[in-house]
Each structure stands twice: as C-alpha cells, then as structure tokens.
Design a protein around this ligand. Structure first.
Ligand SMILES: NC(=O)c1ccc[n+]([C@@H]2O[C@H](COP(=O)([O-])OP(=O)(O)OC[C@H]3O[C@@H](n4cnc5c(N)ncnc54)[C@H](O)[C@@H]3O)[C@@H](O)[C@H]2O)c1
Length: 668
C-alpha cells in the first residue's frame, strides 16, 4: 500500500502484484490508510488506485481458511469506512476492477477508468455471489436491469460500456490524474457529494422485474444457487433500506460461501489456473502459423480452434476429395457460427482468408507448429512423423493428437524427438477446452513451453501428462467404464446404471457414452492389447454382433425411434448379488479415485488438481463436485479406503487392491 500527497489530495495505491487481491493483510493496510486520511489536515479528498491493475477482488483461498470474512472485512468495515469519510473519494481504475475490486470502487464517491479497463462482478460464475455490497450498490449506480444482467452472467464490461451505463463518470488514459482533478471538483462543489448508499432505488417496476427473472431462473435446473441468492439480494436492494439490504446480502453470502458447491467452484477455479505451468527457464516461442495433418473429425476441429485464435492454418490430407470435403465442412461450420451470432461476417471472412486445404505433406514445410491427426495407427503415424522430420522447418514443433498410442514410439521415428509432443484434444476440438499436453521422455522444455503457451492462446486448458497408456484421462475413465460393465452382472441393466450416474451428476451415463464412441473402438483396442478381461464379455459380444451403438442404430440401446430404448435383444445374466443405486454410483466413482491415485503414484499427472481438471473438462464429471479427488477428500479418505477394501474382499477384483499412496492413508 503506497500513500502519496498531491497537494490537497491523498492518493492511496494498492500494490500487491500481480492483481491486488484483497487478502487480509491488504485489507488491514487499506483500512489503516483510509482512517489516517480522515484525520490528516488539509486533505480535501482521496483517490484510491491500484498498480498495475486496480484489483481482481477477494483472495478466494481465504474463504476456505476462514480469513475471507475476518476483520477488517471488505463487506462492512472497509466499504463502511469509505462511506463514513467526510471527504469525497474517487476510484482510479486501471486494468481490472472485478468482484471485491469493483465493490471497493463502488463504495467510493465516484469512479474513473482507463480505456482498457474491465469491470465486473464474476462471483456467480464461481459458485457464490457478490458480498461486499455489490448487489446493493451496483443497481443504485446503473439501474436494476443492467445490474441484474452483469451479476447473473458474471461478465466483465469495458470502460466505454461502463461510461455509458454510468458505472464510471469518466474514461481517461491517466485515471489517477483525472481522479485527482475529479475529487478536487467534488470537494469544492457547493452540493455535498452523494454516495450510492444514500440513493433510493427509484424504479417502480424493479420488484416485478426481479421476481419474474427469479421465477425463470428457478425453473432452470442448471441455475446455480449463487444466481438465485444474488437475485434475492437484488430484490432486497429494490425493497429495503440500504443497511438492511446490505445485512441481508451478507447473510446470504456467508451461507453460500460455506456450501459444498461453492467450495468446489473455488477449487475448480484455482485448479484450472494452476494447470499448465510452464517449465521454469523455458521461453515459449510464438506460433505464427500451423499445419494440421489429417482432415477428419479431429483435424477440422483443431483447424477451427487455431483459426479462431488468429493463427493461419493449412489443413492437409491425402486426396482431393477429402480436402474438398473438409474445406466445405469447415466453411459451413463458420457460416453456422455467423447465423448463431457467435461470429461476424467479417470475422468469418478473415478466418477463411487465413485458411488453406491442400493435398500432400509438403504443404506443412513453413509451419511453426504441425499437429498430426491421422488415423489412430502407430505405423501410419510413424510414417507421417518420419516425413515431417524431413520437410518441417528446423524450429517447428511436431505434435500428435494420438489418444492412446505411445508418444515415445512416434517421436522415435524422427531424428529430433526433442521437438515432438502430444496434444490430445477432445471432440469437438473447436469447443472442448481440455487439451492433455503429453510430455514425451525426450520432449524438450522449450517444446513443452511453446505447446502450453499455444493451448492457452487457444483459450483452452492445458494439463501436462507423462507418457503412459491412456495418459491421464482415458486411463482413469477406462476403469470407471470397466466397473460399469462389471455391475451388469448384478442384474442392473445399462439403463439403470446410466440413470443412477446421471442423477448423481455425470453428464452422460457410461453406456450412453459407449454407444456414442462406438462399441467397436474399445473392443479393437482390447483385442490389439491382447488382454482378455472377463469384465468386458458382454461388451465384446456386442461389438462382435455389430451392435456398435448410435452409428448402427443398435448398441446398449436401440436408436430406431426418437428416444433411445433398451436394446430388446440384449440379455445379460445376473451372476452376482444385487446392489442398490447408491452402491452402483460409489463403485463407478471410486474407481476413478482409485485409478487417480495410481496415476499420481506413477507420476503420470503432476497433481490431483490436474486430474480433477481432466475429468471435469473431458469426461463429464460434475463440476459442482469439484472432481473425483476433491469428492474423495470431501467424503473422507477413511470411508473411501474402507469401501475399496470391502469391495476387494467381496468381489475378489484385484483392481480394488490399494495403490501405494492409498495404502499409506489407510495405515496413517
Ligand atoms: N474422434 C475423437 O473423438 C478423437 C478424440 C481425441 C483424439 N482423437 C485422435 O485423433 C486422430 C484422428 O481421429 P479422427 O477421429 O479425426 O479420424 P478420422 O478418420 O475422422 O480422420 C483421419 C483423417 O486422416 C487422414 N489421413 C490418414 N493418413 C494420412 C496421411 N498419411 N496424411 C494425411 N492425412 C492422412 C484421413 O484421410 C482422414 O481424413 C486419431 O489419432 C484419434 O485417436 C480422436
């Protein structure tokens, strides 16, 4: 915290890099300075600034440690001290004022923003709600309708929009100087300055408007508890005096912040920020052009993702008709985005201007990054990499989108394995955010850093995996699928198992997933691996009969009508005791946890948080449960381990033998 006198104005600058989180030490310093300001002779006003950015809000970790609501609170004490000042205050907003940062600015008499500033209250996207007066002061500043929109969507607005809405009174390239001038003029004005807390929200239609918004939100099962609570607090802003509304907001906030979904949301936020740490000492190279080899489902999606980030792309396949088909499909996809309002016509034209589709691998010669997405066949891929090694520019990164093959064997087909890396995209690659970045045994730190940097530039989530069968996600998810298959023998049909897991929160039940993937794919992988696991007897039989799932109209379900129904030809004999739905769910979900522990023990993933990110973003694990590991911690490891031991005994399935790190927990 810096404090500086500019003649009769006191400028207080938050300086907690990188983003001025309002943790407890920062709040203590802030309160001290505000109180000092009140007692300094000759000070006519204060300017509150932040360097280099105003403030990104609360330190989320404090809501788990308990410090988030400890004195001095932003909610009442600090905003209250600003409200109580006899002199005016102006927030000079550079960079970002988000969450608690914007709430701090709202407690000042006025606000000035730099042209690049972003302002918003993103709390509802993090499982909770604005808590430091945001729901009470924002509607008083910009009206109920605009406030409701910003709070419910959690989106940030730019300075120009903030000016239009009246959230800031000025936009200036030098917000501190402009704030100093503004606070002086406020101080010298004959009128006493009004603060937002002094205003009465004079909108006769506010109450019915909020009520109808709340009813609509409550009807949607996907609406978060945070949004509903925020709407309740907004209603209080419209119907109660300021202090009563503020107290009500805090009550709702405290209850919500301690709830399991909010804890999971904070964990998710922090896990995702931690994913894809760049190796120390390596500087990512800028990727200014890319080639994608293989113009199938994945190649097209990857090309779209690159184009959307402004990177020129050449998409390559082996024959004219394939290249043409890909060009048509990609153009149609961009046109659909224009129709849906996601892209302007100019943006679409721009992307198409940067796109080429060609026959022959030589077209990749100039690309800074080459992503291979040809058939999932080791010989084919090795052949492609051998050719790429010869024609690619020497500094190019060579990436493979393999989902199951050994990256080291692919890299060994080149003379330069240090520039070979895995980029395991998920389908549809232009939509799904997760990318497993596979760090081969010989991949260099430079290559890894460049790849991670690129994934972030695509606005996706990079999670680094070491080489091993199935990397992180497929290896863990395969065990979940295996348990679901085993449970068929208890007499539970695919439909009941799917329904139980979907009600628990999985995006799609395991058998519906299998029908979507195609039952031939895992059956072929099992045959190729030469393993025979009786758990998959029924699944292999399905594949042998040609019941491949959606693509053949028959699989675990029958897809002939509009609604899938159980496949009438599927007879599964029950040979094990029946189990209830709760146990069905526990066995499948704890299979994820058991394998996650093994993946950590083997060093394939760097952290449990990374594993949770993969399962939530790639496999439909419910985000509000944080991820399998977070779920296990919330359940309690003793219960988790006890269940695994019990299943080991009762089913005789060696899978439930505890991996070393879980055995240690058991002994502890
Ligand atoms: N489909 C998915 O959900 C998914 C998800 C993650 C990863 N993957 C992986 O992505 C890769 C591609 O999968 P897909 O589903 O897009 O397959 P696909 O069959 O749709 O497309 C593969 C394309 O590669 C082309 N091709 C084959 N050999 C080539 C060569 N030597 N040079 C240039 N082009 C060649 C084919 O003509 C075809 O157009 C596979 O490794 C797969 O495991 C797929």
């Amino acid at each position: 915290m810096r404090s500086e006198r500019i003649d009769d104005v006191l400028v207080l600058t938050l300086d907690g890099p990188p983003v001025n989180l309002l943790g407890r030490p920062m709040r203590r310093a802030l309160l001290r300075e505000i109180e000092n300001a009140a007692s300094q002779a000759g000070v006519v006003g204060i300017v509150l600034a932040g360097s280099p950015t105003f403030s990104a809000g609360a330190d989320l970790a404090e809501f788990d440690s308990g410090d988030g609501l400890a004195e001095p609170t932003l909610h009442l004490t600090i905003t209250g001290a600003l409200d109580a000042l006899a002199i005016p205050s102006v927030a000079a907003i550079s960079g970002a004022a988000l969450g608690g940062g914007l709430e701090l600015a709202l407690a000042c008499t006025a606000r000035v923003a730099d042209p690049g500033a972003r302002l918003g209250l993103p709390e509802t996207t993090l499982g909770f709600m604005p808590g430091a007066g945001g729901t009470q002061r924002l509607p008083r500043a910009i009206g109920i309708e605009a406030a409701l929109d910003l709070i419910v969507t959690g989106r940030a607005i730019d300075a120009a929009t903030a000016l239009e809405l009246g959230l800031v009174s000025e936009v200036s390239a030098d917000p501190v100087a402009a704030s100093v001038a503004l606070v002086r003029s406020l101080a010298s004005s004959a009128e006493p300055s009004t603060r937002l807390r002094d205003l009465v929200l004079d909108e006769p239609l506010a109450e019915p408007f909020i009520d109808s918004a709340r009813r609509a939100a409550a009807r949607n099962p996907r609406t978060s508890a945070g949004v509903l609570a925020a709407l309740d607090a907004l209603r209080a802003a419209a119907t109660r005096p300021f202090d009563a509304g503020l107290a009500y907001e805090l009550e709702l906030f405290e209850r919500l912040a301690a709830s399991p979904p909010a804890r999971a949301a904070r964990y998710r936020f922090q896990s995702e920020r931690g994913a894809g740490r760049t190796p120390l000492g390596a500087t990512p190279a800028v990727v200014d052009s890319a080639a994608v080899i293989g113009a199938g489902t994945m190649g097209r999606g990857i090309a779209l993702a690159l184009l959307a980030a402004g990177i020129p792309v050449v998409l390559i396949d082996t024959a004219d008709d394939r290249v043409e088909a890909a060009r048509d499909a990609l153009t149609a996809e961009l046109e659909r985005s224009v129709e849906r309002g996601r892209l302007s016509t100019a943006q679409k034209d721009d992307q198409l201007a940067r796109f080429r589709a060609e026959v022959g691998i030589e077209a990749a010669a100039d690309a800074a990054l080459i992503i291979e997405a040809v058939f999932e066949n080791l010989d084919v891929k090795r052949d492609v990499f051998r050719q790429l090694d010869a024609i690619a520019r020497p500094d190019a990164v060579l990436a493979s989108n393999t989902s199951s093959l050994d990256l080291d064997l692919i890299a060994a087909a080149t003379a330069t394995p240090e520039r070979v890396v895995g980029m395991h995209f998920f389908s549809p690659a232009n939509i799904m955010r997760l990318v497993e970045v596979v760090d081969g045994t010989r991949t260099s730190e430079q290559t890894l850093a460049t790849t991670i940097g690129l994934v972030k530039r695509l606005r996706k989530l990079p999670v680094v995996a070491q080489v091993g069968p199935g990397f992180i996600g497929n290896r863990i998810f395969d065990q979940y699928i295996r348990q679901a298959n085993l449970l068929l023998r208890t007499g539970a049909g695919p439909e009941r198992i799917d329904r139980a897991l979907e009600s628990w929160g999985m995006a799609m039940g395991p058998f519906r997933v299998l029908d979507l993937v195609g039952n031939d794919i895992p059956a072929m992988a099992r045959a190729a691996a030469g393993t025979s696991d009786p758990a998959f007897a029924v699944a292999d039989d399905l594949a042998a009969r040609g019941w491949l799932g959606r693509k053949t109209g028959l699989g675990w379900y029958s897809y002939e009508g509009d609604v899938p129904v159980p496949n009438p030809g599927l007879q599964i004999e029950a040979s094990l005791p029946a189990v209830d739905d709760d146990e069905l769910v526990q066995r499948c979900v704890l299979a994820l946890v058991r394998e996650a522990a093994a993946v950590l023990d083997d060093g394939i993933a760097a952290s449990a948080a990374d594993i949770d990110t993969v399962l939530v973003h790639g496999y439909g694990f419910p985000a509000e449960r944080g991820g399998p590991w977070f779920f296990a911690e919330a359940t309690g490891w003793d219960r988790v381990v006890r269940a695994m031991r019990r299943w080991h005994e009762t089913t005789g399935d060696e899978f439930w033998a505890l991996p070393p790190s879980l055995a240690e927990r058991d002994a502890a």
